[in-house]
Design a protein around this ligand. Structure first.
Ligand code: UD1
Ligand code: CA
Length: 466
């Protein structure tokens, strides 16, 4: 949000991730739900990291066995009972005992927060000498958020939760984002004085602001330049909203870097995906995980690539690929399924209705139509005819198929593994290959054609009653 502010080095961050998230109506903890493949809490931890925060403490509790692995790289403390946000922050008190300076408190359910905003919050507190700075935003529909109640002098007096608000207070548009930067001492002293005499019987972190002010501390608000950063995910509808906002943010970055997106609204690109300039992504496409695409490649429409590396000048049309590699100039689809370990070398082709698993297709080799290739090593310049498959599974174990450079495998060939076809060999169409084929040989493994002269004409006469 704010460019050019100094990093938040020296500050600590507490990420709240212990809540149940009942409004999600899910068997999974809320903060484990994903936006573009990354869990909500992870987005917040990454933003804190990027801001340069020195120590990150995650507060876990509800279904913590599912949340802890998501924050394994930071300090973790446990809130044993869900007694409210103040109680959650208090769970980090021991871990941060003796810590002095800025403590940013970050909601683990707000994935759109940026490093720049965390830095701005820390800078605002330190430059203003404040006990607390709260990030606020104007919401067209503020329902559900805490409202910022300002005093006659315009300063922040207190925050009132939706369920405790009078109609006049509920009419206030300025909302609490759930992001704060506190002075460590003011925070932990204030927490000890928070009560739970409110509509929800919870210990509200928001009460600490009023406590700080009463104790003579300065409490200020920093208005978020972009309220979207503060979107809290409490329901599936808000999760969908966050997905769309994040999609737009990421797509905007790729567009600015020289990537063509035909239809940004139906293009979903994960945060760790790398696209070179002059890549074109066609509609209805998802690029997820550690996927990367090299320059001049065209991906889509209707494609989903996960953890897949695509080189330069490739065409990937209506394709699903998972942990696959396409070297420069390779083509896939329309309607190819590249499963883990599929490796198309330079200029290789996996064509229409072709499934490839754990196999290398050598440079310039083609598997153009209706094939299944599994556990195979196919050399350079090989042609695999339409409908040919590797019979790699005998019901107990998987077996390998090897096809040598320059071999020609006719249509509808069954390669019953383990089996190898030598370099330059030709396999006649409709063969069932059960034994190794020598280099440069012709293998024919099918029933010989027979012919009965006049048979069809005779049948026609019989059915005509002649
Ligand atoms: C909170 C704020 C509200 C603000 C809103 C912004 C309070 C009392 N209210 O409300 O003013 O407008 O965020 O999104 O703070 N959590 C715990 N332990 C608990 C309770 C919550 O760790 O006992 C965590 C949750 O996992 C979540 C965060 O704290 O990540 C916020 O809790 P949530 O229940 O979503 O608070 P809101 O009702 O949204
Ligand atoms: Ca919330």
């Amino acid at each position: 949000m704010t460019e050019g502010v100094r990093g938040a080095a020296g500050a600590a961050a507490i990420v709240l991730a212990a809540g149940a998230g009942t409004r999600m109506k899910s068997k999974r903890p809320k903060v484990a739900h994903e936006v573009l493949g990354r869990p909500l809490v992870r987005w917040v931890v990454e933003a804190a990291r990027e801001a340069g925060v020195e120590r990150v403490v995650a507060v876990v509790g509800h279904q913590r066995e599912q949340v802890e692995p998501l924050v394994a790289d930071v300090e973790v403390v446990v809130q044993h009972e869900r007694k409210g946000t103040a109680d959650a922050v208090a769970a980090a008190a021991e871990a941060l005992a003796g810590f002095e300076g800025s403590v940013a408190v970050l909601s683990g359910d707000c994935p759109l927060i940026t490093a720049g905003t965390i830095e701005a919050l820390v800078a605002a507190r330190e430059e203003g000498g404040c006990a607390c700075v709260v990030l606020t935003m104007e919401m067209a529909d503020p329902f559900g958020y805490g409202r910022i109640i300002r005093g006659a002098d315009g300063g922040v007096e207190r925050i009132v939760e939706q369920k405790d608000a009078t109609p006049e207070e509920a009419a206030v548009a300025e909302c609490n984002s759930g992001f704060y930067c506190f002075d460590a001492k003011a925070l932990f002293e204030g927490l000890a004085q928070v009560g739970n005499d409110n509509a929800q019987g919870e210990f509200y972190l928001t009460d600490v602001l009023e406590i700080c002010r009463r104790a003579g501390g300065k409490v200020a608000a920093l208005r978020a330049a972009d309220p979207a950063e503060c979107l809290g995910v409490n329901s599936r509808a808000q999760l969908a909203e966050a997905q769309a906002l994040m999609r737009d943010r990421i797509n905007g970055r790729h567009l600015a870097a020289g990537v063509t997106l035909y239809d940004p609204a139906t293009t979903w690109i994960g945060p760790d995906v790398k696209l070179a300039a002059d890549v074109a992504v066609l509609p209805n496409t998802m690029l997820m995980g550690a996927t990367s695409v090299g320059e001049d490649s065209v991906v889509g429409p209707n494609s989903r690539l996960t953890d897949t590396r695509v080189g330069a000048g490739c065409t990937v049309d209506e394709t699903v690929a998972v942990q696959a590699v396409l070297e420069d100039g390779a083509t896939a689809g329309p309607r190819a399924y590249l499963r883990p370990g599929a490796h198309l070398m330079a200029g290789a082709k996996a064509g229409t209705h072709v499934e490839i698993k754990k196999s290398t297709i050598g440079p310039g080799s083609k598997v153009p139509h209706l094939s299944y290739i599994g556990d195979a090593t196919i050399g350079r310049g090989v042609n695999i005819g339409a409908g040919s498959i590797t019979c790699n599974y005998d019901g107990h174990a998987k077996h390998a198929t090897v096809v040598g450079d320059g071999a020609f495998v006719g249509s509808d060939t069954m390669m019953v593994a383990p089996v190898s076809i030598g370099e330059g060999a030709v396999v006649a169409a409709a063969s069932c290959i059960t034994r190794d084929v020598s280099a440069d040989a012709l293998a024919v493994a099918r029933a010989r054609q027979t012919e009965i002269e006049g048979w069809a004409a005779k049948r026609r006469k019989v059915s005509a009653g002649e």
